[in-house]
Design a protein around this ligand. Structure first.
Ligand code: BEZ
Length: 386
């Protein structure tokens, strides 16, 4: 028998097929990451980690099957606003995940704040993201630039070094990493005597290495990452500085890079919220599963991607998959203990991880755990009003 459907019902069905919380449709995750340039490997590791956690949940978060829309942001802040607007306005993603570069992440945070789109930052440390730009819909699974820099400032001061030269890229991540190192180091009685930098992602280090040799500091502190970190560590050794002036850094200088750096990275000491030899059951099972899936060893970026998916999953379980229930999402994440391979952590009020910062040393192909440089270190969230 033919069924009768009033015309107005048919029209309604056509006009509004996927409105409201859309909890039965697929969850569209907008991955905005670098897939080219000096940070390309970091973007891939983050995506691998994210996908691994989702796969472990049977491909679903909060009951919704996950689908991905990807953009290569090229670590280029000048293209970031257009890129993120494409994901939000053209592709209608439910959540943004990105990025690696602090300048790109600040553009993403601005759009997230303006549009109310959920944003999870799986690397970029820009202090402002969980500082002046903090918002109920913005979360970070990684670190603030302040955290590893501050922890290393304390370590280097305790070692008794008095006179330090810093060297980094001239953009938010480098500037903030050096600033927090200096804050702790000078509080501990040391003095930063020279701050050297070059534009991102330039790797012509020679003239600056000559300046370091001439300044004869007790030690050098550095922030570089990805391809730039590989080149810097090799050039530092080739210039003969490794033998005479100890090099310390935020852990990105040796994370995901040791294969390429080889013996030139041996013994380097760094601070970071992850190490290759934590040896906990949680980390062991993560490492095994990552290595099996990707035929690669994980690094800090893979962990941050994995934890970005965990944070999203925690929020979506609470809202039954509805990304528009932002207050419920935030409340669930704020009270959660995130079961990370790095060790369990919570999020601060400003939504930045409160976490242990490890002291590591390069031994062979590993960033070996030496100890905890700073226990449950909380970013000061300067300027956050929420
Ligand atoms: C940043 O731009 O915030 C960043 C990039 C690579 C590693 C760590 C931080």
């Amino acid at each position: 028998m033919p069924t009768f459907r009033p015309l107005f019902l048919m029209a309604l069905a056509l006009a509004a097929p996927v409105a409201f919380g859309q909890t039965s449709s697929k969850l569209k995750v907008g991955l905005m990451l670098p897939y080219t340039g000096t940070y390309a490997a970091l973007g891939t590791a983050i995506e691998n980690g994210f996908r691994l956690y989702v796969a472990e949940q049977g491909g679903k978060l909060g009951g919704r099957e996950v689908e991905y829309v990807k953009v290569d942001d090229e670590s280029d802040p000048s293209k970031a606003t257009d890129n993120v607007n494409k994901l939000v306005k053209r592709d209608n993603v439910d959540v943004l995940v990105g990025s690696v570069h602090s300048g790109v992440a600040m553009a993403m945070a601005k759009v997230a704040k303006d549009t109310g789109t959920l944003l999870i930052v799986p690397n970029a440390g820009a202090d402002a993201v969980t500082g002046a730009m903090c918002a109920p819909n913005i979360f970070r699974s990684s670190f603030s630039n302040w955290q590893p820099g501050y922890a290393m400032g304390e370590v280097v001061a305790k070692k008794g070094h008095k006179k330090v030269v810093t060297i980094t890229w001239k953009y938010a991540a480098g500037d903030e990493s050096v600033k927090s190192f200096k804050e702790a180091f000078e509080k501990g009685g040391g003095k930063v005597v020279k701050e050297l930098n070059l534009p991102f992602p330039n790797v012509e280090f020679q003239a600056l290495l000559t300046e370091i040799a001439a300044a004869k500091p007790d030690a050098v502190y550095t922030f570089f990452a990805g391809g730039g970190a590989v080149k810097f560590v090799k050039d530092y050794a080739a210039a003969g500085l490794k033998k005479s002036i100890p090099l310390y850094g935020a852990g990105f200088i040796t994370d995901g890079t040791l294969e390429a750096q080889g013996a030139d990275a041996a013994d380097l000491m760094t601070t970071l919220h992850y190490a290759d030899s934590l040896g906990t059951p949680r980390d062991n099972s993560f490492r095994l599963s990552y290595a099996k899936t990707y035929k690669l060893q994980p690094d800090v970026y893979a962990v941050q991607g994995y934890d970005a998916a965990q944070i999203l999953g925690i929020g979506l379980v609470a809202t039954k998959g509805d990304t528009l229930k932002k207050a419920e999402f935030a409340a669930a994440v704020e009270k959660a203990k995130i079961d990370s391979p790095r060790g369990a952590f919570t999020l601060s009020k400003a939504h930045n991880p409160v976490q242990d910062i490890y002291l590591r040393q390069v031994v062979g192909k590993e960033n070996k755990l030496i100890g905890i440089a700073s226990k449950a270190l909380t970013d000061p969230a300067r300027g956050c009003k929420s």
